[in-house]
Write a protein that binds this ligand. Structure first.
Ligand SMILES: [Zn+2]
Length: 256
């Protein structure tokens, strides 16, 4: 559960901001370095336990999946002086942290007043992230890393899988903003499936029976499959391209 400062695990939108910010630090000779980017839910849960289930100072208010770090949209910058990390914010160092926050806002990263090194994407809420409404433009290295974190997590419901390199299909030329053909155009392109369970089918929050049942689907109900992972399919009920939950693949057949 070591620190992860791999830029590839950050969402591309945040990755670009981190690169811009690092350039600004160089221009101003500010000794900040990226200390941590993506943070696994296991590590977040472990840090959360400090001062609660284990001795030690309180280091975070967020449990697993409640920090932007788990979604690759937060980063921590810490002073790196004489070969050592420093959280010193007293005396001559105070102005460095003030400057960190000014420059972060310039690139669209939001500081938290109670956690000096922490910066997060400002254009999205934690609730949206928890519901799988991830920022547009996610790439494979970000999505693969997040998908692994989601499928390895077993303690509580995990957020929906990102759709990876999947991009929404473009609308046909004839479709307009409010055209009812929006959903049908997506249906015709993504894979349509039908529920074959006689008494309905459990849709769960994640890809295993450890996850809560979020809905029960009717026999013969039609839905879209947006992602396949082992025996579990990520499904989209409304055809809006957004994931609603997971169903076991044994009760879904392609509707063609
Ligand atoms: Zn942080």
């Amino acid at each position: 559960m070591s620190r992860d400062y791999d830029l590839a695990h950050l969402h591309p939108v945040v990755r670009d901001k981190v690169v811009s910010l690092t350039k600004k630090f160089e221009q101003e000779s500010l000794p900040f370095r990226l200390c941590e980017g993506f943070r696994s839910p296991e590590r977040q849960h472990h840090l959360f336990g400090q001062s609660r289930t284990r001795p030690g100072p309180r280091v975070t208010n967020a449990d697993a999946w409640s920090s932007f770090h788990q979604y690759g949209v937060a980063c921590d910058f810490v002073l790196f002086i004489d070969g050592k990390w420093s959280w010193n914010d007293k005396g001559k160092y105070k102005k460095y942290w003030t400057r960190l926050h000014v420059l972060a806002k310039e690139v669209g990263l939001k500081p938290l007043s109670w956690e000096l090194p922490h910066l997060q994407l400002e254009s999205i809420s934690l609730n949206e992230l928890k519901q799988g409404k991830y920022p547009a433009g996610g790439d494979e290295s970000w999505a693969d890393n997040l998908s692994d974190a989601i499928s390895n997590w077993t303690l509580s419901p995990a957020p929906p899988m990102p759709s990876g390199g999947f991009q929404r299909p473009p609308l046909p030329d004839t479709a307009t903003e409010d055209s009812p053909s929006l959903s049908s155009s997506i249906s015709s392109i993504s894979s349509q499936y039908r529920v074959t369970a006689r008494n309905g089918l459990y849709m769960r929050a994640g890809p295993s029976t450890h996850f809560n049942v979020v809905s029960t689907l009717a026999a013969n109900q039609l839905l879209q499959v947006t992602h396949k992972r082992d025996d579990w399919y990520q499904v989209d009920l409304e055809g809006d391209g957004l994931a609603d939950g997971y169903c076991h693949s044994g009760y879904l057949v392609a509707n063609d």
